[in-house]
Design a binder for this molecule. Structure first.
Ligand code: HEC
Ligand code: HEC
Length: 271
């Protein structure tokens, strides 16, 4: 009788078919863990932050000449021999150093097909040639100079990002799509200078955020938040690829319901 009180529960009998189910359940859980881990490991590292100051007065004449000859070979077919623009590309006269730097460093230019949306690629030119091309574009007219990234505040950046950027780039910076087939890119590969330049020049169809809308400090705060998104802390558990709340919730449902079904089968099966 005393023994019965000490051991009120008889240990469950694990039969062959239950073992198979338990093994299946464990395998399923391992697969989910491996998938979530793999996605995080495969996220590409951010490009190094290069803040070069081009524009304004300090242009090197040799650089401008070198840039001009690269321009004639690689860009003039679409942007015109005097950068006046053609039906295949806009005028670059007022584009400025910030725009040239952004489009060349992110490999958006030169474009292959003027009807396609410019997308991030490996840069087509080495850094010295990019500097030369940027100097040439900057020499055309005093367009926006390359902005400087200030040390930013993460919490402010998070709030400003939610208000100004998340509707297109998604809360987790994962990107998405706009109407008319335009792709909104993920910000996983965007360095701080990419973020600040993009905000200032507004690569179409993204809007321009001028200093009246977002101060230099505020765009730098956003840049700090975007860098944080590259390596978020997963306080709630697994990050599930950081696709944002809706797809993550969906994964939660499928995995959770699947596990519940397995448990029901397990309990419901007679030994
Ligand atoms: C096949 C045609 C084509 C070629 C070649 C090309 N571009 Fe472009 N470029 C475009 C088009 C079209 C746009 C506008 C589309 C967009 O903004 O996504 C553009 C936009 C730009 C912009 C942004 C303009 C702005 O108003 O801010 C810059 C800067 C630029 N190109 C620089 C270059 C440079 C430098 C080269 C040469 C290395 C080059 N492009 C080669 C077609 C071309
Ligand atoms: C209306 C939608 C929209 C809003 C709002 C928006 N973006 Fe964008 N963003 C885009 C699109 C579309 C592109 C791609 C442009 C192209 O094709 O070159 C882009 C490109 C970018 C890029 C370049 C990504 C890369 O690495 O190549 C950065 C960085 C960026 N946006 C940051 C921001 C920030 C920061 C904000 C908020 C201050 C913001 N965007 C607000 C639509 C938007």
């Amino acid at each position: 009788m005393g023994d019965d009180l000490l051991h009120p529960l008889t240990p469950p009998v694990v039969t062959g078919s239950r073992l198979v189910f338990l093994a299946g359940l464990a395998g399923f859980a391992l697969l989910v863990l491996a998938l979530a881990g793999g996605r995080r490991a495969s996220a590409a590292p951010a490009a190094p932050v290069v803040a070069r100051q081009v524009g304004g007065g300090g242009l090197d004449a040799d650089q401008v000449t070198a840039g001009r000859s690269l321009y004639v070979t690689h860009c003039s077919s679409c942007h015109g021999i005097q950068a006046e623009g053609t039906r295949n590309g806009p005028s670059l006269v007022h584009a400025g150093a910030a725009s040239a730097d952004f489009y060349l460093r992110t490999g958006r230019m030169p474009l292959n097909d003027p009807s396609q949306q410019a997308a991030r690629h490996r840069p087509a030119f080495p850094p010295d040639q990019i500097s030369a091309l940027v100097a040439y574009v900057a020499s055309l007219d005093a367009g926006p100079a390359i902005p400087t990234v200030l040390p930013g505040n993460l919490a402010n950046g998070n709030e400003l990002f939610s208000i100004n950027c998340a509707q297109c780039h998604n809360d987790a910076g994962a990107g998405g799509a706009l109407g008319y087939g335009d792709i909104v890119p993920s910000l996983r590969n965007s360095s701080s200078i990419d973020v600040v330049e993009a905000a200032r020049i507004g690569p179409k169809p993204m809007p321009v955020f001028n200093p009246q809308t977002l101060s230099d400090q505020q765009v730098s705060d956003i840049a700090t938040y975007v860098q944080y998104l590259h390596h978020p802390e997963d306080r709630g558990g697994l990050g599930l690829g950081h696709l944002g709340p809706i797809p993550e919730g969906f994964v939660g449902w499928v995995v959770g319901m699947g596990a519940l079904l397995l448990v029901c089968r397990l309990i419901g099966t007679r030994g």
